[in-house]
Design a protein around this ligand. Structure first.
Ligand SMILES: [Zn+2]
Length: 347
């Protein structure tokens, strides 16, 4: 999930896709260590940060389903903290912090808030307090400060350990396959990835889908590329995890094809389904994963459990298979594929 980029770029960059893992530097938290001049920047630079973890955990705990409530799809019905071991005063403080999230966020309004608040959460080390900003208002910040000491004592050590274990697990897969995926996606979408590493924040839960991406070319603040991933959602591990990491990275690259889809729909007098571009990036990363991992690999969105495409007869999936796959196979141009997809849409 992400903001959708709007600019078009035709430059293609080739990237080394070794994955690095760093702690943020507390004195200059968002600066990135310059890579050795003889090497390309690693494609991903992983981070595990206290305040970003706490924020995602509070959000997830507030959204975990209860009767008549639509919860997150990722880690559905699963808490990532056990609060029954907390003493009464800690429990009361924790639940007071959760109450802020409960009353302000739903599975539908997260991204506008979180994209803006993320810089403040990442700007300080775990021993400092995040600043109040336009996006991270005083009441929200107060909830974080209320929950902070409880989180630090009871939950953070295990979450930090699991986040780092997740990174160690995905790192060799990205080292083996990342450059291939990056180069294919850049060629397919005709947009550049950042020349510097993409920062990836790892936290136990990332509601509602397990991951989200912000940023767009030219990737300078406030458009810097940033992916946030769940360390406990099994869909982000193994080969599927590689597909999902590159699904997230595809959010950075979709602007050009999205513009073409919109222009073609206008020209042909047809209405684009609002999430068609998202179906397209799911399809693309999924079918690249199938090319890479072999024909027995089922793209994530096409698994019934994912509840994304509604079976083989899903209208968007049928259009993508018939009209977009030829472009992925190098048999038609992007413009021709876009025109054919739009012509297939219901009026
Ligand atoms: Zn997405």
């Amino acid at each position: 999930m992400t903001l959708s980029p709007v600019r078009s770029f035709s430059a293609v960059v080739l990237l080394s896709a070794l994955a690095a893992c760093t702690s943020r530097n507390s004195s200059s938290p968002n600066s990135r260590a310059a890579p050795p001049s003889s090497e390309a920047a690693p494609l991903f630079r992983f981070h595990v940060d206290f305040w970003a973890n706490l924020n995602q955990v509070l959000l997830h705990e507030a959204l975990v389903p209860r009767p008549l409530w639509e919860g997150p799809k990722s880690l559905k019905n699963r808490h990532v903290v056990q609060t029954d071991t907390l003493g009464p005063s800690d429990a009361a403080q924790w639940h007071e912090a959760i109450a802020y999230y409960d009353s302000h966020f739903t599975t539908h309004n997260l991204f506008d808030h979180f994209v803006g608040a993320m810089p403040a959460l990442l700007a300080v080390s775990s021993s400092q307090n995040p600043p109040t900003t336009t996006d991270l208002n005083e009441e929200w910040r107060r909830s974080l400060l209320l929950a902070g000491p409880i989180y630090r004592t009871h939950f953070w050590p295990e979450h930090e350990r699991k986040d780092r274990a997740y990174i160690e697990g995905i790192r060799p897969l990205l080292a083996a396959h990342g450059a291939w995926f990056a180069n294919r996606l850049v060629a397919v979408f005709g947009m550049p990835l950042p020349t510097d590493s993409i920062d990836v924040e790892v936290t136990p839960a990332v509601p509602p889908f397990g991951g989200f991406t912000q940023g767009e070319p030219p990737y300078t603040p406030p458009h810097a590329a940033q992916i946030t991933l769940s360390s406990e959602d099994p869909n982000f591990t193994g080969d599927t995890g590689v597909e999902m990491v590159f699904h997230e990275a595809s959010h950075l690259l979709v602007g050009r094809v999205q513009e073409k889809l919109e222009a073609s729909a206008k020209g042909q007098g047809r209405k684009l389904p609002p999430r068609f571009w998202h179906d397209l990036i799911f399809y693309t990363a999924g079918h690249l994963a199938r090319d890479r991992f072999g024909p027995s690999y089922v793209p994530f969105a096409e698994r019934p459990a994912s509840r994304l495409f509604q079976g083989e007869n899903d209208p968007s999936l049928a259009i993508l298979k018939r009209e977009w796959q030829p472009y992925l196979d190098g048999r038609v141009t992007m413009d021709a594929a876009v025109a054919a997809m739009v012509a297939s849409l219901p009026n």
